[in-house]
Ligand binder design. Structure first.
Ligand code: KG4
Ligand code: ZN
Length: 337
């Protein structure tokens, strides 16, 4: 079964063709980053307009790279949310147009479930496993029991982890997005130069939740209070100390969730899953099975949408013409949130 996937939830306009949920025949991504860089973040109105301009070309490239015509596609999968509504609507309406004109089945895909599925494009994984989704918009630790059975145990109470990387990078003039730059600079820095505080969450918050706004404030406004090293301030030391604190916090929560559930299989996804310190830390975990998606499937892409959509279409899920955009993260089954 060959599925065409469409992703337009944020600043990547992407179309992919995937066979049987796994075999990626093509994955074309048109990134808008250069257009948003002058504003140090994604401008929603601009993103929608850029999707309108790009989507037809991206779609044609994906089909031609797969060596197929629309007639040879068995179904259309499209991101329905969460994301920027104006951007989502571009992909949704394009998908509806394709499905209507070619009489193909259509299915709406949750972007978060698709990120959690992305590793399976390369490695089929047994359930249950722990899912760690870390991106610019989301931070989730979940128990994944099936392709659409996700129990969220921990999330952020404020900023997403990637957002914290981006805000710290913006403050120091390192450009947008900032995660990769901080990752690179940290290689030259001393992570013990600053001892940034771990967040103290209020009692009412769930024990597996994380928080990043306090860490960001400490780095930006109060770093002298937490400085161990003497001499000239070094940006590399600040980055390394921030990165270590941000990632160690996540991993501490993953360990707590594992102790709670007894699961020692971890599957990561999202842009921050590209982080080298994160990858290196978990590599050292004994008796764990750790799976990271290849870098091209960490950040937003349509292969994960087509991959997840295959399972939904196979089960018989069908979207109607009233399929609409969902801006908010939906409450997953059995979720604590
Ligand atoms: O998944 P993604 O492409 O888009 C969404 O936010 O959905 O993730 C982008 C985020 C940005 O915040 C970016 O700074 C961060 O991923 N990121 C990284 C790295 N590469 C990208 N963060 C830390 N280390 C990296 N190497
Ligand atoms: Zn994403």
């Amino acid at each position: 079964m060959t599925i065409l996937g469409i992703e337009s939830s944020c600043d990547e306009c992407a179309v992919a063709v995937v066979r049987d949920g796994r075999d990626v025949l093509s994955s074309v991504i048109n990134s808008q980053i250069v257009h948003h860089q002058p504003y140090h973040g994604v401008v929603p109105e601009l993103a929608s307009r850029l999707h309108v301009e790009a989507i037809q070309t991206v779609y044609q490239s994906a089909l031609s790279q797969a060596g197929l015509t629309l007639a040879e596609i068995d179904g259309i999968a499209v991101t329905k949310g969460p994301g920027l509504v104006g951007s989502l609507l571009v992909g949704l309406n394009f998908a509806k147009g394709l499905a209507l004109s070619s009489d193909k089945p259509l299915v709406g895909v949750d972007h978060i479930l698709a990120h959690l599925y992305s590793s399976q494009l390369e490695t089929p994984l047994p359930y249950p496993h722990l899912g760690l989704l870390v991106s610019g918009g989301h931070t989730l630790i979940a128990v994944v029991r099936g392709f659409d059975e996700v129990e969220v145990l921990g999330t952020t109470v404020d900023d997403a982890v990637g957002e914290a990387f981006d805000k710290v990078a913006k403050f120091f003039g390192l450009g947008y997005p900032g995660g990769k730059v901080i990752d690179d600079l940290s290689l030259e820095g001393d992570s013990s130069a600053y001892r940034f505080p771990q967040p103290r969450l209020q009692k009412a918050t769930h024990p597996f939740d994380v928080s990043y706004s306090g860490l960001k404030t400490a780095v930006v406004n109060q770093r002298e209070r937490f400085r161990n090293s003497r001499g000239k301030e070094s940006l590399a030391d600040i980055c390394a100390s921030f990165q270590t604190t941000a990632i160690d916090l996540l991993l501490k929560k993953v360990k707590s969730v594992s102790a709670h559930t007894g699961i020692r299989r971890l599957v990561a996804g999202g842009g921050v899953a590209a982080n080298r310190y994160l990858r290196q830390r978990v590599k050292a975990w004994k008796d764990w099975e750790i799976v990271f998606p290849p870098l091209e499937y960490c950040s937003d892409n349509a292969a994960m949408i087509a991959g997840w959509g295959y399972h939904a279409l196979l089960r018989g899920d069908r979207a109607g013409w009233d399929l609409n955009a969902e801006s908010r993260v939906r409450r997953f089954k059995n979720s604590f949130h």
